[in-house]
Design a protein around this ligand. Structure first.
Ligand code: PLP
Length: 379
């Protein structure tokens, strides 16, 4: 899809890209200035593997202020993006014969990371009719004697679903009965939340020792290219991650760490503004796609994705080309509407497609208009 869309662009075609997985905003100026100062102040040597102490302290403060969570700096570990934090945790805790539970749809990297560890994935289907969330019964039924971990993201990529504190409480009761299961809580979309209140399993005192929170600056501060993520959890796990990372990549980029320090210690006003813009766009895409017959969706509570079920179009065709699945649908939309979407199969739900609203309102209106016209061609 990306290759074809690039080729079409090179041919001069006007393609609207709604497949983007990062904020379409630039990093705020004060963060960029902190990075420039870091270079001038010679933050150019190897940083400590676990991160600069002042950054780890800022992360501890962030957890206290934003989430009401208490960690020691020794429980916190900085990495090259949340992605490396997740990989560290998975590699340090899972091996062949272990099982990990993954609610599906899920971010594409979880299955691939887990495969590298050799562990087996036990998926739980989180369907659209349940707001793409799992129930306590489903969770209980998925647990076996080999279950070592559970991984999920809330707000979620690709569905935008978000578990409130009350919803987590139901699942928490199940985890309380299984204290050996590590909960890997990916909270990278924490600040892009339209309900106004984030929630984490780590906030349940009974589960605190069982939870590792993974977060980072990529989405909250429009800093995807800087590659700074972090984990907070049991001290033994932070220490294991430090050992592993020490052999893989060492500490995360020194300049980026200083930029992340600025991000985490300054006002959240730019982040809140960005979230407001995403919320307006969320409302816009809901209105626009409600007007297109055949798109069935759950209104996202966070992140910047709509994940509609488009299976109503399967079996229809245009000029002899039959739409059999999500990929055919994306190809049809790319060719006829000049809009790039992402097929849902890669996230574990091939009845859906992912539409990113990390694009301007004008682009979203134009894209929806084109999709509406293209759909009329299907017989
Ligand atoms: N977790 C989820 C659910 C994501 O969607 C992404 C990025 O798309 C990441 C983690 C990775 O974040 P980072 O850029 O910090 O590696």
């Amino acid at each position: 899809m990306s290759k074809l869309s690039r080729e079409l662009r090179e041919q001069g075609q006007d393609i609207i890209n709604l497949s983007i997985g990062e904020p379409d905003f630039d990093t705020p100026d004060h963060i960029k200035l902190a990075a420039i100062a870091a270079i001038e102040e010679n933050y150019t040597h190897y940083p400590p593997v676990a991160g600069y102490p002042e950054l780890r302290r800022a992360i501890v403060e962030k957890f206290k202020n934003d989430n009401g969570l208490t960690y020691k700096t020794s429980q916190v570990m900085v990495s090259t993006g949340a992605k490396q934090s997740l990989m560290n945790v998975i590699f340090c805790t899972l091996q062949e014969d272990d099982e990990i539970i993954v609610p599906q749809p899920c971010w594409v990297s979880y299955p691939e990371m887990i495969k590298l560890s050799g562990a087996k994935i036990n998926y739980i289907k989180a369907g659209i009719d349940n707001g793409f969330k799992i129930s306590a019964q489903q969770l209980e039924a998925a647990i076996t004697s080999k279950t070592r971990a559970f991984i999920y993201s809330s707000p979620n990529n690709p569905t935008g679903s978000f578990y409130s504190y009350e919803e987590l409480a139901e699942l928490a009761k199940v985890f309380e009965r299984h204290p050996d299961i590590l909960i890997i809580s990916d909270e990278i979309y924490e600040h892009i939340n339209f309900t106004g209140k984030h929630a984490s399993f780590a906030q349940f005192p009974e589960l605190y020792d069982q939870v590792v929170v993974v977060n980072g600056v990529s989405k909250a501060f429009a800093m995807t290219g800087w590659r700074i993520g972090y984990m907070a959890g049991p001290e033994w796990l932070a220490q294991a991650c430090e050992k592993l990372q020490g052999q893989f990549t060492s500490g995360a980029c020194s300049i980026s760490q200083r930029a992340a320090l600025s991000a985490l210690t300054s006002s959240l006003a730019p982040t809140k503004e960005m979230c407001k813009t995403f919320q307006k766009r969320r409302d816009l895409v809901i209105r626009l796609f409600n007007e297109i017959e055949g798109f069935r969706f759950h209104a996202p509570e966070g992140a910047f994705y709509l994940f509609p079920d488009i299976s109503a179009f399967f079996g229809k065709s245009f000029e002899g080309e039959l739409i059999k699945n999500d990929e055919d649908f994306c190809m049809f939309i790319l060719k006829q509407a000049k809009v790039t979407l992402v097929a849902g199969g890669g996230f574990g739900d091939a009845d859906c497609v992912r539409i990113s609203f990390a694009a301007s309102s004008d682009q979203l209106e134009k894209a929806a208009g084109r999709i509406k016209e293209a759909i009329k061609l299907l017989k």
